[in-house]
Write a protein that binds this ligand. Structure first.
Ligand SMILES: Cc1ncc(COP(=O)(O)O)c(C=O)c1O
Length: 402
């Protein structure tokens, strides 16, 4: 089909041309004396994306799932108690991994569409007077339902009880798009993947780790080999890796971090919020509901749109893809068929999203959903037009050739 595929799944996301060009490199010796001139500034700048000065970032060939495993196996021992909030497919999968690794997982379930139950987390921490809970696991942005959890509130709950549990946060679909504060929230392990807001191909899991989490490794007995932080520490300090890194990925990450810092993280977050608000205006105009229940937990990187009961979400997705070359995200597990997801993270602007909204409208109408043609597009246009008129001229229309 001529023209570009409209990639609006919530990861992988669009890779900007600037990053594609940066990754188009000849292979080189990753043990050369000049290699650290690429990697050492990269490690240091990466910390800015996590908003940390004291944390340390590790780049593992792999994906977000590998990052989860790194966080758990480097800090915990078999049978250790952890508290995990489960409210969507990714918090389910991380919980499942903790169970399969032999941890004693206290699961706090919430309805899919709700955020992590912070009050119940606080109660569980208060009840744990012997401080047996070693870690709390939170998915910052549940990509399956389009729900954001207030990680700062979880930190407050820990502090209120003076509870020493480590705080692990999955920021796979939030970090570099939604405000994330490693140091302020005293996060001990923050996990992300390259294929989301970092605007890179899939292929690396990045884990940012606090000094407490590194220290916990001294007594942690879970087996880790490939993901051992300790093997990374010494080599990374010199600008190297314990095994062959993905060289193009490192060049891409170098460019991605540069782009994010050039735009300014606060501007990146504001752009994601503005784009998400336009999508939400469209959903409202269609007369449809989001899976996310409370406006305060709406995700700025993905919207999960509930379809009426007589329609299969998969039909909307298939029609959008086959007829219009638009890729939308599917409903996963419990919400399979009940929704479709529009990813709005990474290298995006209003007009790109209008294309996705137009394609969604056409596909929904063809799948039998009674919405007014153009209604969502018009609502989003109006929202973005007004938002643009409120912004400073310098912020609008700066243009980009890449
Ligand atoms: C919130 C979240 N966590 C973890 C993962 C798993 O990451 P990966 O597929 O990179 O292993 C995903 C993937 O979509 C995700 O959205």
């Amino acid at each position: 089909m001529p023209g570009r595929n409209f990639l609006f799944v919530p990861g992988p996301t669009n890779v900007p041309d600037r990053i594609l060009r940066a990754m188009h490199v000849a292979m080189e010796d990753h043990r050369s004396s000049t290699f650290p001139s690429l990697t050492r500034p990269l490690f240091s700048d990466l910390k800015k994306i996590f908003k940390t000065e004291s944390g340390q970032c590790f780049i593992f060939t792999g994906s977000g799932t590998g990052g989860w495993e790194a966080a758990l196996t480097n800090t915990l021992s078999p049978g250790d108690k952890v508290l995990s909030a489960r409210y969507g497919q990714f918090s389910h999968l991380w919980t499942d991994m903790a169970q399969r690794l032999g941890l004693d997982v206290q699961v706090l379930d919430a309805e899919w569409g709700e955020a992590a139950p912070v009050e119940r987390i606080a109660e569980a921490l208060a009840a744990d007077t012997a401080h047996q809970i070693r870690a709390v696991m939170i998915v910052h942005n549940e990509t399956a339902t389009g729900v954001r959890t207030d990680v700062g509130a979880v930190r407050k709950a820990l502090d209120a009880e003076k509870h020493p549990a480590l705080l692990f946060v999955d920021g796979v679909s939030s970090i570099a798009a939604i405000d994330f504060r490693m140091d302020e929230w005293k996060v001990d392990c923050a996990v992300t993947g390259t294929q989301k807001a970092l605007m890179l191909p899939p292929g690396a899991g990045i884990v940012c780790v606090s000094a407490r989490a590194l220290a916990a490794g001294e007594r942690a007995k879970l087996t880790r080999v490939f993901f051992n932080f300790k093997d990374q520490v010494g080599q990374n300090a010199l600008g190297y890796f314990p095994y062959t890194p993905s060289v193009p990925m490192l060049y891409g990450l170098r460019e991605s971090v540069a782009m994010l810092l050039e735009e300014g993280l606060d501007n990146v977050f504001a752009r994601h919020h503005r784009l998400a608000e336009g999508v939400r205006a469209a959903v409202k105009a269609w007369g449809l509901e989001l899976c996310a229940r409370a406006p305060k937990s709406y995700s700025d990187t993905v919207s999960a749109v509930m379809v009426p009961p007589h329609v299969k979400g998969q039909d909307v997705i298939d029609i959008a893809y086959r007829r219009y070359n638009l890729s939308l995200g599917a409903g996963l597990a419990k919400v399979a068929g009940k929704l479709f997801r529009i990813g709005h993270m990474g290298d995006l602007n209003e007009l790109m999203l209008l294309g996705a909204l137009a394609g969604s409208e056409m596909a929904m109408r063809e799948a039998g959903i009674a919405i007014v043609a153009g209604s969502g597009v018009a609502a989003a246009e109006e929202y973005w037009r007004e938002a643009a008129s409120r912004r400073q001229p310098a912020e609008v229309g700066a243009g980009s050739k890449a």
